[in-house]
Design a binder for this molecule. Sequence first.
Ligand code: ADP
Length: 272
Amino acid sequence: VRGVSLATSAQSALRRYQATLERKNSDLERANRVQREFLGILSHELRTPLTSVIGYAQVLGDEIIGPLNDKQRAYAETIYTSGLQLMRLIDDLLDLSRLEAGDVALQRRPVAVAELLRAGVAGVGAEARAKGLSVTLQPPPEAALYGDPARLAQVLGALLSNAVKFTPLGGRVWVSAELRESEVVLMVRDDGIGIAPEHHEGVFSPFFLVDASSARQHRGAGLGLALARRIVELHGGRIWVASELGRGSTFYVALPRAPHAPLGATPRALGP
Ligand code: ADP
């Protein structure tokens, strides 16, 4: 009899537990729905008017509707660049929320390491030249990563643009990659201002700024590395930094390698 009553109370405890779980799941679903709706509002209600602000500032600045004096031209330019900056911030925020909600599907395929690095270096060329920085691409290995090409370019772009931003005039940036057994490690090294050890983890958190005044000068919101970390983790990879204040930083990204099939090869069709 005792055995039977134990079994019954265990069953009713299990039922209560299941009911609690179901309630929690529906709370979670509701929270996720609210977050998605909020993101929808954010993207539409903020982006739409901002698109007009940017568009009309450009029309004014291009003097399409009439000539401007120097002051008016400078104001139009400021409205335009500030609008673009705000748009980038909204897009990054939306992107981060989607990545955190697991609402992003990766389009994974083999991506040639050499091509990825070359495109990344070309992407910061103008900015680097403007600061007199040299950006050296060390001969990359002939290997492929398995990932989403656009997302990987975003990660590399964030690291390279930081290396350029936080390296003083005339400094140096190096980009390279190393093969490990099942992964490729990408490296972006600079001889810039460096990061103190206590911030090596923090720099990957959203809105983290080592120095708010220098960040204002660089117009960053502290989202680039947070986005990079989410993307790398979504690929099953790791991202970390080694850095010394005043001497420079090296950012590392380890990502899974693509299987050995030659790039671009399509699988042989199976005969009947
Ligand atoms: P931001 O948009 O401000 O560049 P990130 O998330 O990319 O945001 O970087 C966060 C902070 O980490 C930066 O504001 C800067 O203080 C620091 N940081 C990132 N990369 C470097 C680097 N290569 N050298 C020195 N500091 C860096």
